[in-house]
Design a protein around this ligand. Structure first.
Ligand SMILES: Cc1cc2nc3c(=O)[nH]c(=O)nc-3n(C[C@H](O)[C@H](O)[C@H](O)COP(=O)(O)OP(=O)(O)OC[C@H]3O[C@@H](n4cnc5c(N)ncnc54)[C@H](O)[C@@H]3O)c2cc1C
Length: 685
């Protein structure tokens, strides 16, 4: 236990009543959820350092948008100066270094999401792209970004008229062999790049995706280019560019999202990221697929790393939201019998509203920690040229996993933030509760790095392909074994609900086998509809579109939940025996609480009988009741420090009304007469 002394103890107070009934030590659970003591130590070091720095002090009143952008940029500069990524960590193996970078990102995100997004795009996404899409000639940009921090980058893909459908983007990069340069051009406002984080005010370079055109007029499709935007010394944009800031958004206002139009803007030929394809000095296009395994690894990294980062951040957002709402529920009393007021947490309705989300937070954390390790080990092997069996299939499977999990997690976290806000009643609506900021800063994650509904379609396409293979007795391409159960399709499809007691439902075996049935049935339901649409004369695109609602979309969500369950279960099985009882309960609650939302499909497909809904819902409520004595310590394990949580309702001392009074009384001008009083009182004439 001494090894966990770097985690500050919690102040004694009203929450002790519930803390004392926990069956486990919350610090040990915290370590189990983090998965690595050194990374946990680093997180606490970052939080402590930033707490002591006035630049990171919280704002009681939201500053104007332009000021938020200034502060965010200054905070990023300061974080660079702190050098949380030490030289030793920087020189460690790819897997270790990336885990450290991800931890720094998570720690910063829970304090100020705008800074972490700024850092993730401006430093890590860009430098990763240089390594994976570029070659030796781009190392100077890499060093200047990640080591010297002289470059702050942005990522320009989205255009005004095209976002999800990237193929039709219209920004061009035409090669001019005379001057050995690419000429970047924006034909009209609809083709302006937009939404680009860091572009509005601050970035020095952008990673631009544009249609590459050779002198013979051939369009070779979208390629990546490093494009200088501003003079780093003055932040003046270069001639030939029209760059603007997009103005106020409904969250993450510290980020300067911008738009840009290029007017015959020239960049050197060498700025094309040329790992997979190049243009010779004379203007001949050459594809260089000399090392297919490395190229695939590179593609994998680019596609998935950013979305994994979003999922890690989502885990932090849901952890903070449930910590605030559960601590509030344990200290806030309302109603009761004979003047004996009862804490909200005692009400079954309140438990049901919140505990499912607490279980989701735990399951997601364990899932993402486990999955990240698997993912990084595959990328590391492939980058270093070590043979990875079925790499191409693994790349497709990981893409499907990420494309289903990002929607499943980010939507669930958004629902959680809203439910937690409501569970704190009117006080939850105060800025000082922090639930509003958590919600609105999290919200765009369902859209950026791939809109959730569009990503879902990519995941279901992969799933249906595996189903087709299983139907025709071909091998399922699932090196990570996420759908290897399709080899037993006929027997799974025949299974039905046979439980007679809630105890039989509250087991990983029941939950996992029910999910397998559900996936098999949704695959059949989606596939058969698609085939029927094709038979009726629709095109493939039309048929895909007609299978989304109730079918493919639900299939993807269920697959995302199944992944969270199977990966977290693997992790729970290896945890300390003292922690396992509570972890299994949380696992079962998440599984059954999620299955409750799929009862229609369980009945529709003939799995359920007349007892199913009753037993399943009884089991959910029993688990909620069982977890009541544990839940405060569970959220203690999930929560960051009080400074980071920044909530008058969710402080770990549980002194709800004292903290609320302090927040009210310290609000600037709280007791002042309105400065504008003269404008509104009746004039004396
Ligand atoms: C805060 C924020 C930061 C961002 N940062 C960046 C950045 O740094 N760089 C960058 O390049 N971009 C950035 N973006 C843009 C983001 O990546 C895009 O908004 C996203 O890819 C979606 O594209 P879109 O907005 O054009 O939506 P559209 O593609 O127009 O989609 C609109 C809606 O239609 C639905 N839809 C689309 N196609 C289909 C279909 N086939 N079937 C059914 N429904 C469909 C989608 O689900 C969506 O709900 C950012 C966006 C936000 C909000």
């Amino acid at each position: 236990m001494e090894e966990l002394n770097f985690i500050p103890n919690l102040a004694s107070g009203p929450l002790d009543v519930y803390r004392n009934s926990a069956s486990f030590n919350w610090k040990q659970l915290k370590l189990a959820l983090e998965g690595d003591i050194e990374l946990l130590r680093l997180k606490y070091k970052i939080w402590k350092t930033l707490e002591e720095d006035p630049l990171f002090a919280h704002h009681v009143v939201t500053p104007p948008v332009e000021e938020l952008k200034r502060i965010t940029q200054l905070q990023l500069k300061k974080i660079n100066e702190y050098k949380f990524l030490t030289n030793a960590m920087f020189n460690a193996s790819y897997g270790k270094r990336t885990r450290v970078i991800m931890t720094i990102n998570e720690a910063v995100q829970s304090l100020n999401p705008s800074v972490s997004v700024k850092m993730a795009i401006g430093i890590y996404l860009f430098s990763n792209a240089l390594l994976s899409l570029g070659t030796e000639r781009h190392l100077k940009f890499y060093e200047a970004t990640i080591k010297d921090r002289k470059i702050l980058a942005s990522f320009s893909l989205t255009e005004i008229a095209h976002g999800s459908d990237v193929r039709l983007m219209r920004t061009t990069a035409t090669y001019d062999p005379r001057r050995k340069e690419f000429v970047i051009h924006t034909p009209d406002f609809e083709a302006a790049k937009c939404w680009v984080g860091n572009l509005g005010r601050t970035c020095t370079h952008t990673l631009l995706f544009a249609q590459l055109i050779t002198p013979d007029g051939t369009n070779h499709g979208l390629h990546g280019f490093v494009v200088p935007i501003r003079d780093p010394a003055t932040l003046e944009t270069y001639p030939g560019l029209i760059v603007g800031d997009m103005g106020e958004k409904i969250g993450v206002n510290g980020i300067d999202n911008g738009f840009i139009m290029f007017n015959q803007y020239r960049i050197p030929r060498e700025n094309l990221l040329n790992r997979t394809a190049d243009v010779t000095e004379e203007g001949v296009y050459e594809s260089s697929f000399s090392e297919p395994s490395r190229i695939l690894g590179a593609a994998l990294e680019n596609l998935s790393a950013g979305r994994i980062g979003i999922m890690q951040e989502s885990c932090h957002s849901i952890s903070s939201a449930v910590a605030i709402a559960v601590r509030y529920a344990a200290t806030r009393t309302q109603f009761g019998e004979r003047d004996n007021e009862v804490p909200l947490i005692e009400y079954e309705l309140h438990q049901w509203r919140l505990f499912g989300y607490v279980s989701a937070a735990v399951v997601f954390k364990l899932y993402i920690e486990n999955f990240t390790r698997t993912y990084l080990s595959i990328v590391e092997k492939s980058n270093s040229g070590i043979r990875v069996d079925n790499l191409s299939e693994a790349v497709s499977e990981i893409h499907a996993m990420v494309s289903s999990s990002k929607p499943t997690l980010s939507w669930c976290v958004l629902e959680a933030a809203q439910q937690c806000r409501e569970a704190c009643g009117g006080h939850g609506y105060l800025k000082c509760a922090n639930l509003g900021d958590i919600r609105s800063n999290h919200e765009p994650t369902v859209t950026y790095e791939g809109d959730n509904n569009v990503l879902s379609q990519q995941a279901s396409n992969w799933l249906v392909r595996q189903y087709e293979a299983a139907l025709s007795n071909r091998a399922v391409d699932s090196p990570l074994r996420t759908v290897h159960f399709l080899d037993h399709l006929p027997s799974i499809a025949k299974s039905t609900f046979s439980c007679t007691d809630t105890r039989q439902l509250k087991t990983p075996e029941f939950i996992i086998s029910t999910y397998k049935w559900l996936l098999c049935w949704l695959l059949k339901y989606t596939y058969e509809k698609h085939e029927a649409e094709i038979s009726s004369g629709r095109t493939k695109v039309q048929a895909k579109s007609k299978t989304q609602v109730y079918r493919a979309k639900t299939l993807t969500r269920v697959y995302g939940e199944y992944l969270a369950l199977t990966f977290s279960l693997q992790s729970i099985e290896k945890k300390d025996s003292e922690l396992q009882p509570v972890l299994y309960k949380l696992f079962c609650l998440y599984g059954l609480w999620s299955l409750d939302k799929h009862l229609v499909e369980l009945y529709q497909g003939g799995f359920a009988n007349k007892e199913t809904a009753k037993l399943l819902r009884d089991a959910v409520l029993e688990l909620c009741a069982d977890l009541k004595g544990e839940i405060v310590s569970v959220v203690d394990a999930l929560a960051p420090t009080d400074f980071v949580l920044n909530s008058a309702l969710g402080k770990s001392d549980g002194k709800l009304y004292q903290n609320l009074q302090k927040a009210f009384f310290s609000h600037p001008g709280v007791f002042e007469r309105a400065r504008w009083w003269r404008d509104v009182v009746p004039s004396k004439l």
